[in-house]
Design a protein around this ligand. Sequence first.
Ligand code: NAP
Ligand code: ZN
Length: 350
Amino acid sequence: MKTNAYAAQNATTPLAPFNIQRRDVGKHDVQIDILYCGVCHSDLHTVRSEWQGTTYPCVPGHEIVGRVAKVGKDVNKFKEGDTVGVGCMVDSCLTCANCEEDLEQFCPDTIFTYNSPDKHLGGITYGGYSESIVVDKAFVLKIPKHLDLAATAPLLCAGITTYSPLRHNKVSKGQKVGVVGLGGLGHMGVKLAKALGAHVVVFTTSPNKVEDAMRLGADEVVNSKHADEMKKHLNSFNFILDTVSAPHDINAYLVLLKRDGNLTQVGVPPAPLSLNVSSLIYGRRSLSGSLIGGIKETQEMLDFCGKHDITADIELIQIQNINEAYDRLVKSDVKYRFVIDMASLQQAIT
Ligand code: NAP
Ligand code: ZN
């Protein structure tokens, strides 16, 4: 099936219209007409090959919300017309120990939504900056009915990537939780940590985000460039979630943890970060990483967001403006997630 999309042909030229193939709907498959797709900083890292390993042409996008157009004969859970979501994964082996524990993101054979080997058509997978996608039913999510669809798209990556470590670290009422970086992931982290009952402190490098941080649910906001403001929080956090996409000093945050506190890194700066191990040793603190979340937990997160009326704060863009949106992401100029209105793709190609 010929499908319109937007692709990067290499690491330096702008994304532009491109035609891709989608497979025919197999018996376990769901074909989805894409309505909205969020713009994650991982899209940008991949498109510009900041992590290396990008295969071109690259069609990014893994925060997909759309409508079911067709289902395979063994699909009962979804039917034509349902509103559904697809996040960062479209397949995995479903039988390994990680898959059996609903942690498909750690399966050695996970197929990510874009830039992964495509076992059906050869080549690589193409993501959500496109008019339609065909996905195995096991990787399709149900969207709570009353949520705004465009603002729900970012939950499929930014939402689960922040929800999963908050839950894994048992963030609960009364705990002091830090969120570093107020971008797409960070602002979801604030909303979710608040909904879990935490006292939330945002660390930002952007003074113009202070008011928004409070509106989004933060109890305190710290300008991370001001050492005196940072010092006030020494040894005080149960948990810190670091969402920063660029090189920065994690040691400045590790020392803010209480004894046995944990800092989980979800931001993936292109270059290694340096670690002063003393920050861990004094206080038996720990440093972890976390990768999105499994499908079961993603559905749990969507249902949690449905219950608590949580969606992203978005700026809806036309796909023609995607390159400008990327430039703004690099400048931390996003409030707080760009979402592509996929209806614009039709105009972009005519
Ligand atoms: P984003 O919207 O661009 O937000 C990143 C934020 O980091 C910026 O808004 C900014 O916040 C802060 N920041 C940027 N440059 C900085 C610098 N030089 N020093 C300090 N702070 C800086 O990006 P995102 O979509 O939330 O993604 C964040 C990172 O998470 C990316 O690296 C992405 O690839 C990664 N990611 C990881 C996973 C996972 O599973 N682990 C999933 C999705 C994304 P302030 O303006 O508040 O300082
Ligand atoms: Zn993402």
